[in-house]
Each structure stands twice: as structure tokens, then as C-alpha cells.
Design a protein around this ligand. Structure first.
Ligand SMILES: C[C@H](O)[C@H](O)[C@H]1CNC2=NC(N)=NC(=O)C2=N1
Length: 99
């Protein structure tokens, strides 16, 4: 199902309201790298994000290397080939609220 892509103005406003997220993929995604004390802390964070993501039916693209978790948020169903939508911003805010 198609989801509305944020306009440039909406995107800039959303970004100003988030902490630590940067635009990626020519504005079609936001990305942040999180760093933890060790693997256990990183995995605990990922578990909590996974529950949030599934509850929102909106899933991150991510990778983990020991104590770091790199998250990219984009909406597959927005725009022609994926884009940034309010669903990404909502999930990013919920992730920020975990920390
Ligand atoms: C059917 C299901 O609701 C969709 O495929 C959801 C699942 N999770 C999703 N996650 C992300 N990141 N983008 C989507 O467009 C998306 N769509």
C-alpha cells in the first residue's frame, strides 16, 4: 500500500525535531549509528527496537557489529523506490525515547 512521502519542508522540520539522525540516500532515508558498552547492551537495544518496529508494522534496515548498531529508516511503500515518510519519523522518535 502506498504511503505519503514527506516533502522537503516536512523532512527538514522532522529532522530538527530528532536527535542524532541524519539524512541518507538523497533524503529518502534517515540513519543513525548507536554505540553501547558491549554486545549485550547493543543486543538488548535491538530487542527493544524490534518490538517497537513490529508493533508499528514498520521495520528498520540495520546492522550490528559488537557494540554498535547502525539503523537506517526508510519506507518501502513511499515514493517510486522508497522514501521518507511520517512512519520513519515516528519510529525514530520511539527509538530515541528508549535511550
Ligand atoms: C504489509 C506490511 O504492512 C508492509 O509490508 C510494511 C511492513 N514494514 C515496513 N517497513 C518499512 N520500513 N517500510 C515499509 O513500507 C513497510 N511496510
Amino acid at each position: 500500500m502506498s504511503v505519503a512521502q514527506l516533502t522537503k519542508t516536512e523532512r527538514d522540520a522532522a529532522l530538527a525535531d530528532l536527535s542524532g539522525w541524519a539524512l541518507a540516500r538523497d533524503g529518502d532515508a534517515i540513519q543513525q549509528k548507536f554505540k553501547f558498552k558491549d554486545f549485550s547492551e547493543a543486543w538488548g537495544f535491538m530487542s527493544r527496537v524490534a518490538l517497537l518496529a513490529d508493533a508499528q508494522d514498520h521495520h528498520p534496515e540495520w546492522s550490528n557489529v559488537y557494540n554498535t548498531v547502525d539503523i537506517t529508516l526508510t519506507t518501502h511503500d513511499a515514493g517510486a523506490n522508497g522514501g521518507l515518510s511520517q512512519r520513519d519519523v515516528t519510529l525514530a522518535k520511539a527509538i530515541d525515547a528508549l535511550l
